[in-house]
Design a protein around this ligand. Structure first.
Ligand code: PSU
Ligand code: MN
Length: 301
């Protein structure tokens, strides 16, 4: 049910660094053809460090760890039917021989199966605004209690209730490390106003903390919060206006559940004249860079 590309399989077996990449960001998070360019460039950034990049998706009912360029193009093509797959959806997508784009939760689960410890994404899912009424909390958060994977992310998406997201992680005992920051980054911008308990200035220290956590036998992941570089950071007030408008429109249209995040990302991009898309791409690249450096230290390179 899982096909791991040969070079990646070898790297895992030899304790060489591997960084996983998700596919929801490709099929549901960005428009074509920017999604293909982003996916390929992410792999290039990681591979420039001599680290294996493994983009993960389900293709015709098979979990593929390490998509080739044609497979990335296929998943990215708006004409291809692709289900957004969280951890709960994996068995259905396999049995029904569907194509699936894996979210953070599903990608972490597959990393755990394959023995991959590091994963770069854009921003993780979290507690949605209005969750006290809707109960909409991304399964990404729960996954951090299960799979032993460090996820490098530009914080949690600003479309969420970040304060509740942090409380949820705290309750679940999930370790959050700020990379060269004292506060939780808010995806499009560097600031959220929420203070983090731990700041790490050095990727080597993050690798060491991961090694200690898993060496002690703790289950679950590590959330590495990596702010977008200053030159790309979106002014908080400006982006919040776009977010508020998008959330309001979403509620008017009655969009719920799985469709929420893709709708908001798309709508915010429209409202900002694609400025938010550019920012989204840059923050993902920045996360790939850091994930590769942490993975190298972790595996003693
Ligand atoms: N980061 C991005 N774009 C995305 C996502 C992350 O820059 O589209 C995806 C991830 O796959 C994440 C998902 O798991 O959004 C969250 O969806 P939900 O809120 O429905 O759990
Ligand atoms: Mn949800």
């Amino acid at each position: 049910m899982i096909r791991i590309r040969e070079d990646i399989k070898q790297a895992i077996a030899d304790n060489k660094p591997v960084v996983a990449l998700e596919s929801t960001i490709i099929s549901h998070g960005m428009p074509y053809p920017e999604n293909v360019k982003t996916a390929i460039h992410c792999q290039d950034i990681i591979e420039a460090y001599g680290v294996q990049a493994a983009t993960i998706a389900i293709i015709a009912g098979e979990i593929v760890v390490g998509l080739d360029d044609d497979e990335i193009e296929y998943i990215a093509d708006p004409k291809t039917e692709v289900l957004k797959v969280g951890r709960k959806d994996i068995p259905v997508a396999i049995e029904r021989k569907m194509n699936g784009a894996l979210t953070v939760s599903a990608t972490m689960a597959v990393c755990q199966m394959a023995g991959i410890r590091f994963f770069a994404t854009g921003g993780i899912g979290g507690v949605h605004r209005g969750a006290s009424e809707t109960f909409d909390i991304s399964s990404d958060l729960e996954e951090f209690t299960k799979s032993q994977v460090a996820v490098v992310s530009a914080g949690a998406k600003a479309i969420l209730d970040l304060e509740k997201t942090m409380e949820y992680l705290e309750t679940k005992g999930v370790l959050v490390l700020g990379y060269q920051t004292n506060e939780l980054p808010a995806f499009y911008s560097r600031e959220s106003g929420l203070r983090l308990e731990y700041r790490c200035d050095d990727p080597e220290e993050i690798a060491g903390i991961c090694r200690t956590k898993w060496g002690l036998g703790f289950e679950g992941g590590v959330f590495v919060a990596n702010p977008i570089p200053k030159e790309y950071s979106y002014p908080v007030e400006e982006i919040n206006k776009a977010i508020d408008q998008a959330v309001e429109e979403m509620n008017e249209r009655g969009i719920k559940g799985k469709a929420t995040t893709p709708y908001l990302l798309k709508r915010i991009s429209e409202i900002t004249g694609n400025k938010s898309l550019k920012v989204n791409m840059e923050l993902v690249f920045n996360n790939c860079d850091l994930a590769a450096r942490i993975a190298k230290y972790y595996w003693g390179e």
